[in-house]
Design a binder for this molecule. Sequence first.
Ligand SMILES: Cc1cc2nc3c(=O)[nH]c(=O)nc-3n(C[C@H](O)[C@H](O)[C@H](O)COP(=O)(O)O)c2cc1C
Length: 208
Amino acid sequence: MKSETINRPSSAQAIIDVIYRRRAVRSYTDQPVARNIVEEIIDAGRMAPSAINKQPWKFYVLMDKATIKSFSKEIAHVALKDFAQSGIKKITQTTNHLLHFMHDFNFGALSDPIFHGAPVVIFITAPRDNEWAPLDIGMCSQNMMLAAKAFGLDSCPVGFGKFVQHTKIFSRLNVPPSEEVQISIILGYGDEKPELHTRKNDNIIFID
Ligand SMILES: Cc1cc2nc3c(=O)[nH]c(=O)nc-3n(C[C@H](O)[C@H](O)[C@H](O)COP(=O)(O)O)c2cc1C
């Protein structure tokens, strides 16, 4: 709980509103997203802080529906195979993974089970030898999703995008072997308004 309510200047309020209104959206309209908006969103990502200012991110952008669907199907295929194989090895851990997976897996949209019918998919990569890359890419991704919300778009981080590296069509992205896909971000005009997941609030420890 906040100890007191603070007065927020309107510019701060606008940013806070965007932070609070962003949701993981898993259903999109057919409205295409203009390329210059995608570029603006990526520019916001580039403004993220990065360890030793390495700016490790690279962005591989898909904006063609048919291409997105084919990547989605290939990734779903690889992801399911991976989960099935690990099930033989570690049954408990796999059950947890599967439960989580089924929550995120969009059975309702079998033509695009991974990217939820979004018109834009951005794979973000970083050099494999950068130990801070996952943190940097996380910050970059959040900047992008907040910028998207500010432009009236919705988004979802899609961790399953990482599996693209094991698909047979990965070469179409032309990602060099020195880079690793860290995450994918989907963008589009949302066709649902998901409920807010209540946030845990017992996790602040002030040290006197
Ligand atoms: C690293 C990461 C990976 C995620 N991967 C997926 C995914 O593969 N598919 C999906 O539908 N949602 C994915 N999500 C979205 C989360 O499920 C979502 O952010 C979470 O349920 C909280 O909901 P909210 O973002 O609306 O607050 C991912 C989120 C993060 C941060």
